[in-house]
Design a protein around this ligand. Structure first.
Ligand SMILES: Nc1nc2c(c(=O)[nH]1)N[C@H]1C(S)=C(S)[C@@H](COP(=O)(O)OP(=O)(O)OC[C@H]3O[C@@H](n4cnc5c(=O)[nH]c(N)nc54)[C@H](O)[C@@H]3O)O[C@H]1N2
Ligand SMILES: Nc1nc2c(c(=O)[nH]1)N[C@H]1C(S)=C(S)[C@@H](COP(=O)(O)OP(=O)(O)OC[C@H]3O[C@@H](n4cnc5c(=O)[nH]c(N)nc54)[C@H](O)[C@@H]3O)O[C@H]1N2
Ligand SMILES: [Mo]
Length: 765
């Protein structure tokens, strides 16, 4: 039996206070301004924040929540998280050649993500040569040639992996996927594979398009908003403003979550006086404190109860006309949910039947329902089935393609949805590849490429040997840290296009490159003209983004420029693609996008509109469902509750209030009452009693998996917290070593970051 173990840094100042029951308000304003001013200096911070999410400014990189229409924007259209993201990028410190001379890889390996993020912006292209102990400076030209030499030396293009994180602009994403396919591979994994892939799969199968069906106005106008598996107070704070408007318009909110997150309970809007004074808006009218992964059972029970109401009073709940005209599979679904076993539902959800009935009553009396969800749903083994169940209930009530109603998966990275639209997808459909081939005169590869999990396996097994990361922090974001790290170390070349130092620069292939890039806040004068880029938000709205701050170093190049230079060095004039021309004028890329990407016709002109344009979405626009059957599909899924062995707990891994994914801004989680530390496990009083453990005890976490490997993460402090019995929570990425690479969601292959079976042992350290 193998054991994987991670070291446990000590956190002597860790302090725990009671959790908060409201989000935002004055502390949020203070926190955002102080971090910005500290890292950027006061003037630069003021200039940066003033341009955030404004019509002629840059798009906030902290999440994909949409901006209000131009006439409804505040002068300060940002939140605490956005301000932190701007401050982190606007850092006045620099990690240049002297830094890397002073810190060899052996030293950097011992550092935390928090420390690495505090070393400042990357300024120079750097190389770690085969056998080298340090990164050293390298010229841009030599760096590009080095990548080209490796790529052109591979036996097959499929031995290269081109990863993308969701911050990349549409233009950079488009040329990147073009480069990968012109080179010869569909190996285009992205952060979506770890994030909303289950949504994309579940929605594409049932409504024919893997994107949400609402606009911001729909959220404002809904009379019931359901929020499943999401912590908006921390991860999408601007969503709270939309919820506040909806509440004022009379909406009710149901929140479904194992944790009573502050941002689901109450919002003190810092943009208005009553919010600042702490007299905020109550949010959830009904809170369902569900057990981990109980959602599939819950939604089948809701379907069951709604059908019973419909039987008792025909026409009161079901939208018969919609069902008849636009859907298939209704009868089979009805037969399935009629039989739902109450005891099974109660056991799987941990809720009382009365609580579920109350929720069903709220559904039955609502006429416009918006349903939002995020990682608490997508990162489970049964995620795709759960999302299909969301669709079933929405179809029953005809809640797709009508004002004030619809499905609202809330995306994470600010342009993760746009990247997918631009072809960052290991399984792009033939229609997209056909259009690409016609536009550029070559035959794109057709075989599906590697997703994120398969990419790690391919590297591990020696089937891939070059890894290029366009942003992100693949090593820390992926599960099974030890396996992922060994996989990356076995590569011949790893390349990271980045703004700041992270673990993926330290865990490298034999040769490694850091290619430093402009961030979204910075002026991009590539080709001697002021360039702008475009992005797409969670509601399919596309708009321009333009940075104004001076670049962190004169050596920085834009992502578009870097990708085009890599392609030019690797492919030269193979296929006659004008890489250099693309980098000189991004309008020439947009012109190509307009002919390849559906819905982007006249792209150059459309993005010049104030506020941009919205991509077509057939179910939303005309109740047309482009599935293989030509209609929306009801699906039947068995409730597959997993039995957890005695003494074991289900661990979910989530974000603190002071982090952006693997970027750790600070060591506090204000709303949950954690200060100066991150190695904590939230656990119920009932579990503490049953396990004979006390709040404050330090334990080691051990996960067990069918491969016989024991995975460990040591030294976590127990924190008694309101969470269902059997369900515990801890932060990512510290807990990623516990998640087996093969523990993935069915169909979407997304790592089950919210479902890890663990046991606890008294700390050994
Ligand atoms: N400030 C900040 N903003 C961010 C990010 C960030 O790290 N920091 N990350 C961005 C990215 S990439 C993403 S994807 C989003 C992530 O946004 P979220 O999805 O809000 O992020 P998580 O912290 O993973 O929170 C998951 C939530 O799901 C709940 N949950 C866990 N398991 C279950 C379950 O089985 N059922 C239900 N119903 N709920 C469950 C958890 O208690 C938690 O409240 O945020 C984006 N925005
Ligand atoms: N256990 C566990 N694991 C998870 C999750 C979880 O909930 N639990 N969530 C998953 C999710 S939802 C996601 S989306 C992934 C995130 O996976 P990634 O997107 O790969 O990771 P990030 O931490 O967002 O990447 C941060 C790095 O991006 C770089 N960067 C920042 N801005 C820019 C830019 O403008 N350009 C470029 N080129 N680089 C930039 C910086 O160097 C920074 O260090 O993690 C996943 N992993
Ligand atoms: Mo994400």
């Amino acid at each position: 039996m193998t054991t994987h173990r991670t070291a446990a840094p000590v956190e002597p100042d860790l302090e725990v206070t009671p959790p908060k029951s409201a989000a935002a308000g004055l502390p949020a304003v203070a926190a955002s301004l102080s971090m910005a001013a500290r890292q950027m200096g006061v003037t630069r911070a003021a200039r940066g924040l003033a341009r955030l999410n404004q019509v002629d400014g840059f798009d906030c990189m902290s999440c994909a929540w949409p901006d209000p229409s131009p006439e409804h924007r505040h002068t300060a259209e940002f939140c605490e998280s956005g301000a932190k993201a701007v401050a982190f990028e606007g850092d006045t410190r620099r990690a240049g050649p002297e830094f890397f001379a002073a810190h060899g890889l052996a030293d950097l390996e011992t550092r935390t993500e928090h420390w690495m993020g505090q070393q400042g912006r990357l300024t120079h292209p750097m190389v770690k040569r085969d056998g080298g102990t340090h990164y050293e400076p390298i010229g841009w030209g030599e760096a590009f040639a080095l990548v080209a030499e490796h790529l052109n030396g591979l036996r097959s293009p499929d031995e290269a992996v081109f990863y993308t994180s969701g911050r990349t602009s549409n233009e950079a994403a488009f040329v990147y996927q073009l480069f990968s396919r012109a080179y010869g591979t569909n190996n285009l994994p992205d952060c979506s594979n770890m994030c909303h892939e289950s949504t994309s799969v579940g929605l594409a199968d049932t409504i024919g398009i893997g994107k949400g069906s609402v606009s911001l106005d729909d959220v404002h106008d809904a009379d019931l908003i359901v929020i499943s598996g999401q912590n908006p107070g921390t991860n999408h704070p601007r969503m709270l403003s939309a919820l506040e408007i909806a509440k004022r318009n009379g909406a009710k909110i149901i929140a479904i979550n194992p944790l009573r997150e502050a941002g689901l309970l109450k919002f003190n809007n810092p943009q208005n006086l009553s919010g600042l004074a702490g007299r905020g808006t109550d949010l959830a009218d009904h809170f369902l404190q569900i057990r981990s992964d109980g959602d599939l059972a819950l939604w089948q029970a809701l379907g069951h109860l709604l059908l019973a109401k419909e039987d008792a009073n025909p026409g009161s709940v079901a939208d018969r006309e919609f069902i008849a005209e636009h859907t298939v599979g209704f009868e089979a679904w009805v037969a399935h949910v009629r039989d739902v076993d109450r005891d099974e539902v109660v056991a799987a959800t941990g809720l009382t039947w009365a609580e579920i009935e109350r929720a069903a009553d709220m559904f039955a009396s609502a006429t416009k329902i918006v349903h939002c969800w995020a990682m608490g749903i997508t990162q489970h083994r049964n995620a795709v089935a759960t999302i299909k169940e969301f669709v079933n209930v929405a179809l029953l009530q005809g809640m797709i393609g009508k004002p004030g109603a619809g499905l609202c998966p809330v995306r994470g990275h600010s342009n993760v949805q746009g990247d997918r639209t631009m072809g960052i997808w290991e399984r792009s459909p033939d229609s997209f590849l056909d259009a690409l081939g016609v536009e550029f005169g070559f035959e794109p590869p057709r075989e599906h490429g590697l997703d994120a999990v398969k990419a790690v396996r391919a590297l591990r097994d020696g089937q891939a040997s070059v890894f290029v990361g366009l942003g992100g922090n693949f090593v820390s974001a992926m599960p099974d840290t030890e396996v992922t790290e060994a996989a990356l170390r076995s590569a011949r070349l790893t390349v990271q296009v980045s703004t700041k130092l992270n673990r993926s620069h330290v865990v490298t292939g034999a040769t490694a490159l850091i290619l430093p890039t402009l961030g979204r806040t910075e002026r991009d004068d590539t080709g001697g003209v002021a360039q702008r880029v475009t992005v797409e938000d969670s509601m399919s709205a596309v708009h321009a983004s333009r940075g104004r701050l001076g670049p962190a170093s004169e050596l920085l190049r834009s992502e578009v420029d870097i990708v085009c230079a890599l392609a030019d060095a690797t492919l030269g004039d193979r296929h006659g693609i004008p890489w250099r021309g693309f980098a000189q004028d991004y309008d020439t890329i947009r012109d190509r996008i307009s002919r390849v990407v559906p819905g982007c016709e006249n792209y150059v002109l459309k993005i010049r509109n104030r506020g941009g344009f919205t991509l077509p979405h057939p179910p939303r626009d005309s109740r047309t469902f482009p599935t293989t059957r030509g209609k929306a599909v009801f699906s039947v899924s068995p409730i597959a509750a997993v039995q957890v062995p005695a003494g074991r707990l289900i661990l979910q891994t989530l974000r603190s209030h002071d982090q952006f994914n693997t970027t750790i801004y600070g060591l506090d989680d204000r709303y949950r009452g954690i200060h100066a530390g991150r190695r904590v496990v939230f656990i119920s009083a009932a579990d503490l009693a049953e396990l004979g453990l006390d709040d404050g005890r330090i334990v080691d976490l051990v996960s067990e998996w069918e491969d016989g490997v024991t995975r460990r993460a040591d030294g976590f402090r127990l924190v008694e917290y309101s969470t269902p019995k059997g369900c515990v929570a801890a932060y990512y990425p510290e807990t990623n070593p516990l998640i087996p690479l093969d523990s993935v969601a069915l169909e979407s292959n997304t790592p089950t970051s919210k479902w890890v079976v663990i046991r606890m042992e008294p700390a050994t350290g």
